[in-house]
Write a protein that binds this ligand. Structure first.
Ligand code: ADP
Length: 167
């Protein structure tokens, strides 16, 4: 019997950007089910809590019926095995992503040979976009409205109200 293919798209998503949404949409067109999974890493300082990141991702991806949002702690391959998933989705923006992603894919292959990593190339218009650049640009008053979904923009604005100009 053939099982429905559940693919896991892991990351920090701090916060989710239009680049992530593009990758989730491409994956959703290929796999039966896509699980966007937020990695809980207590060692890493994040701007948004796991609950906030999850809520923003759910809102932004609600138009894709076969995409769900979840979070996990610990080893990615253990999480996949628990879900009985054998597919990891990762996005590629540039050659500079490749080395890190390649190394991680090989490490996961070593740990779990049954699991496959699928890479999806971004749209060129998102190739410069990362969660960390959104956080930096926004904190210093830059315009990010067309780079993130409306719910993320709203929460960024609540967190960092616009600065007044010089007195
Ligand atoms: P990490 O914290 O592991 O760097 P992120 O949460 O930033 O991961 O991103 C998760 C995945 O989404 C990674 O595979 C990353 O390469 C990919 N990604 C991030 N931004 C983009 C983008 N603008 N276009 C395509 N893929 C992206």
């Amino acid at each position: 019997m053939k099982h429905a293919v559940c693919a896991v798209y892991p990351g920090s998503f701090d916060p989710i950007t239009n680049g992530h949404i593009y990758i989730a949409g491409r994956a959703a067109a290929i796999f039966d089910e896509v699980r966007v999974s937020i990695l809980v890493n207590p060692q890493k300082r994040s701007m948004f809590s796991v609950e906030e990141r999850q809520m923003m991702a759910r809102e932004a991806l609600s138009y894709l019926p076969n995409v769900t949002v979840d979070h996990f702690e610990g080893l990615l391959i253990d999480y996949l095995r628990q879900l009985k998933s054998r597919v990891i989705i990762r996005g590629l923006r540039a050659m500079s992503d490749f080395e890190y992603e390649f190394q991680m894919a090989l490490m996961n292959r070593q740990l779990a040979p049954e699991i496959e990593t699928f890479f999806i190339v971004t749209d060129p218009k998102y190739s410069y976009l990362s969660s960390s650049s959104i956080r930096d640009i926004f904190q210093f008053g830059g315009i990010v409205q067309d780079m993130v979904p409306p719910g993320v923009f709203r929460r960024l604005r609540d967190r960092f109200p616009p600065r007044r100009s010089c007195p």
